[in-house]
Ligand binder design. Sequence first.
Ligand code: TXA
Ligand code: MG
Length: 348
Amino acid sequence: MACRVYGLDHRLATAVNHSSPTLRHMVQNTIVLSSDTDGIGQAVRFLRAGQLVAMPTETVYGLAGDARNPAAVAAIFAAKGRPTFNPLIAHVADQAMAESLAQFNDLARALAHRFWPGPLTLVLPLRPGHGLAELALAGNPTVALRVPAHPVAQDLLRAFGGPLAGPSANPSGRVSPTRVDHVLEGLGGKIAGIIDGGLCRVGVESTIIGFDEDLSGNHAVMLRQGGIAEEDIETITGPLRRGGHAEKPNAPGQLISHYAPEATVRLEARQPESGEIWVGFGPDCPGAPLSLSPSGDLAEAAATLFQTLREADRLASAGQRIAFAPVPDHGLGRAINDRLSRAAAPRP
Ligand code: TXA
Ligand code: MG
């Protein structure tokens, strides 16, 4: 089998078993698994042994580990180089598993009913006896819960039968992965396996919603813009408050510099300047070598955002800058602009 591993030196890719659909190939000791029953079965064996497996979700690939196993959770922080003050999302198969971990108010239940499974994460007070590893919670009295819609993530969660901690499967602070080869680039050799689920449909991470400090459920708070537009959330919640602050983040999008490519980034670029790789949006960007969406479609732009950021970074030679054309700030455009502004922020 020819292993075409995009963005990687192909000599690192070694076919381990041509006939098995389970083990598609191995890269730097990380096995790329098929998304069928055999592949899911192997992933579950890894997870039960406390090892880490990257899984496809409809937003981005997540780095899954057993959320109840402190060693597995510690391994997630180590593989990503993630600061331990930044808590992890627990992925669950359904509402029943979610309710076993956290206490839902009426508004949270209404949001879950409307948007789960899907790209929504709810931050809710922990239920006594939840069993989650303390490190995954980073000392918070709350847990961030998400029921992913991707059929492979669903299959994995059901076969595993418990909550999976799952941050985006990239080194901390870097661009999130929407394809298997993106995961290999950042974490190849550091994790046991990756389930190949193809391209991530939504392309930006989940929208994170919390609730007022008294947790009465009367007021929902936008903690991170994401794959469900704020306007759609507000049809259930009414006007959202904005939460969190950059010095003490309680959601990752609140870290000022995040999603950082190697090259520096300029925003709102109606024209390229010399020495810039121009990334267009819409039909009015003649000559741009890359575009988030030539027709100006926000869902397409979200789906291609991280891949395009990586591609622009590859095209940019030393000292070149990436310049993004303006993206309208409504619907999924809010999540796109949020990620772009953090990609453009001064690095620590
Ligand atoms: O779409 C997504 O949300 C993807 C996929 C894999 O599910 N996951 C993802 O995880 O983006 P991550 O770790 O990159 O971002 C989730 C963020 C955490 O960094 C954390 O700041 C926030 O959710 N979070 C987790 N627990 C929280 C809590 N108890 N309170 C507030 N924010 C929390
Ligand atoms: Mg992330």
